[in-house]
Design a protein around this ligand. Structure first.
Ligand code: G6P
Length: 614
């Protein structure tokens, strides 16, 4: 949520910043801006409402020479998206400029105090308050920028990642973090700063992830120095990135989302690699092997997550309960954190997050840790906060997901939850060796089967035309297909802005059935599983009311296929693996409906990929 880029070096500052902002646009895109410090003792700030491309157009005829700069793409929290509220913000005397990601909770208090000292404000943002506070301290205490930043941050309550530059000092860039990510790229005589490593991966693979409460002092031709708020020097821990530049490009696809849908055979293969061994007979999850007693003694599992990750978590409940016979609760992290949750020391809490940075999920982790539970993280972004804050975990290894609507990360999360369930079942002996091997062998086939499902692409593209002008959709499923229905509905809402509701198919008769008519399509996920006969009845109930049915069924299906208006067939799989197979056609369906409606599928309105505020 909000993307920060900074650069200090001999390269073209503006070009590097703009390219970086494009890479971070998935984090927010309602306004963007740059602050460039030149040799002439000036900071030039250019900012506009809208996407980074608007900023580029705005800057086309401006003087962009500079030695150091910071940039920002915003997802509004305080104040509407506008030119004035866009970052960078600056102190009233124009001496410093700042970009910020996060929320300063006590900004009103700080603002009132500054108003009393005669400061004037131009925007509605909490960030401007921080800019004015830093400069007020710098001037009043006659101290360095670094010292002023440190003193200001000691007064701040809330979350922040900030980058600050000073008018007369083109050789310095100051950055700090608390609960919002920031990473420093270490080039040859140059430094990069960003919310994640994607803006600088083509320049350097060496980077340092800033930790909470740390301030980085980046100076030209000097080694990086990191201190904490008490000015104690911290160790510099350099990480080598595994990411490649091709993972960040569209690779011939018109949108990242489509590319990411089509990558799934490969991403699932990467996710499974090394974890299903002995030809499917044994499951090997290091994060479980290293903490066997925690999983053996667990009396309950609590899953916390948000958005699509919550849907994966709901599938985790079905998987873990089925395979491991442990009671599982699935909580929205935002509700869990304020629900005065009862957590025991023999609970295992599983936090799921693609980005590894979601604020509510991080807060839920903290609560679980404080209560003494064992916390296990499932994340995609290596080095992000959630893997660092949890005791153990498992990466989904699907590569950077750029499209705001999650696709390959969802199937990766479901795959990891399946493997995790099998690994725990293996440990607790709640499944026989034979049962584990049956599922293990089928898991190895998943990438090939997903590839087959992707062959439905052209059919789904054609079919999407029929549904494009529907104003409401109902998505129905039972058992393992119920979370798939929720995720299918969310995907459609997110990118096409059509209202869609996911519902347990049998629950439909208690309310949503009243909505059914020819105008409202019902997407029914009905693979061959132990609830198949039950869902046939639900399909009949929709049919009897003149509903328009699109059914996702197993190849060779006859019963539902006869009732449905439109059918998509997927290969047969063991029941616990059907969600991965059935969610892929739903991703394609939303994609094409959104395209038909002319929507920006990679950057849907009002959404952001990484939600680092409450
Ligand atoms: C945002 C994204 C969703 C995502 C959710 C949780 O709302 O748009 O796609 O599912 O955050 O994010 P996480 O990174 O924790 O999975």
């Amino acid at each position: 949520m909000c993307g920060i880029v900074g650069y200090l070096g001999e390269g073209n500052v503006y070009d590097i910043l703009i390219k970086g902002l494009h890479r971070l646009e998935y984090r927010g895109y309602d306004s963007a801006g740059v602050a460039l410090v030149g040799n002439d003792g000036k900071i030039n700030i250019f900012k506009t409402k809208g996407k980074v491309s608007n900023l580029e157009a705005f800057c086309a005829d401006k003087c962009l020479d500079s030695k150091v700069g910071i940039a920002h793409t915003r997802w509004a929290t305080h104040g509407e998206p506008s030119d004035t509220n866009a970052h960078p913000h600056y102190s009233e005397d124009g001496n410093i400029a700042i970009v910020h990601n996060g929320t300063i909770e006590n900004y009103k208090l700080l603002k009132d105090a500054l108003l009393q000292h005669g400061c004037k404000f131009h925007s509605d943002t909490d960030t401007e308050v921080l800019a004015q506070l830093i400069e007020y301290i710098r001037v009043t205490n006659k101290c360095s920028l670094l010292s002023a930043v440190r003193q200001a941050l000691k007064q701040v309550v809330g979350a922040y990642a900030i980058a600050v530059v000073e008018k007369d000092n083109p050789d310095t860039l100051i950055a700090a973090r608390q609960s919002s990510p920031l990473v420093i790229g270490m080039g040859d005589g140059e430094f990069f700063l960003a919310s994640d490593a994607t803006p600088f991966v083509e320049y350097t693979k060496e980077c340092v992830y800033l930790k909470d409460g740390e301030i980085a002092e980046i100076r030209r031709n000097e080694p990086l120095k990191i201190t904490n708020l008490d000015n104690v020097e911290a160790e510099i821990d350099v990480t080598t990135l595994q990411m490649s530049i091709s993972q960040l490009e569209k690779g011939g696809y018109p949108h990242f989302m489509l590319k990411e849908i089509f990558e799934q055979p490969d991403t699932l293969r990467d996710c499974i690699r090394g974890r299903v061994v002995e030809r499917g007979a044994r499951i090997n999850i290091n994060g479980v092997n290293d903490h066997k007693e925690k999983f053996l003694n667990a009396k309950r599992i609590i899953i916390v997550a948000c958005g699509t990750s919550w849907h994966a978590g709901l599938l985790g409940k079905y998987l873990l309960q089925d395979m491991c016979r442990i009671p599982v609760e699935v909580e929205y992290a935002s509700e869990f954190r304020y629900s005065n949750p009862v957590i025991n020391e023999d609970d295992v809490v599983i936090a799921i997050s693609q980005s590894g940075e979601t604020a509510d999920t991080l807060a839920a982790i903290q609560i679980a840790k404080n209560a003494g539970a064992f916390v296990f993280g499932i994340s995609n972004v290596v080095g992000s906060s959630i893997p660092r804050e949890t005791y153990s975990g498992c990466y989904i290894h699907v590569g950077p997901e750029i499209g705001v609507a999650s696709t390959k990360a969802f199937t990766g999360q479901v795959m990891v939850l399946t493997l995790l369930s099998l690994a725990i079942a293996q440990l607790r002996q709640t499944m026989t060796q034979e049962q584990i091997a049956d599922v293990g062998k089928a898991v190895l086939k998943i990438p090939t089967y997903v590839k087959r499902v992707l062959e439905l692409n052209a059919k789904i593209e054609r079919m999407s035309l029929i549904f494009t002008y529907a104003r409401n959709f109902l998505y129905l499923g039972r058992g393992y297909s119920y979370p798939v229905a929720l995720e299918g509905a969310l995907k459609l809402k997110e990118i096409s802005y059509i209202h869609a509701e996911g519902y347990p198919a049998a629950e439909m008769k208690h309310g949503p059935i009243a909505l059914i008519d020819r105008e409202m399509p019902s997407v029914i996920i009905a693979p061959k599983d132990h609830l198949y006969e039950k869902i046939v009845s639900n399909v009949q109930q929709v049919k009897a009311r003149g509903g328009n049915i699109l059914a996702i069924v197993t190849e060779g299906d006859t019963e539902i296929s006869k009732l449905a208006d439109h059918v998509l067939e997927v290969p047969e799989m063991p029941e616990c693996l059907t969600p991965i197979i059935t969610s892929v056609p739903l991703q394609l369906l939303s994609y094409y409906i959104a395209i038909n409606k002319g929507k920006d599928v990679d950057m849907p309105r009002n959404l952001a990929k990484s939600v680092t505020v409450e």
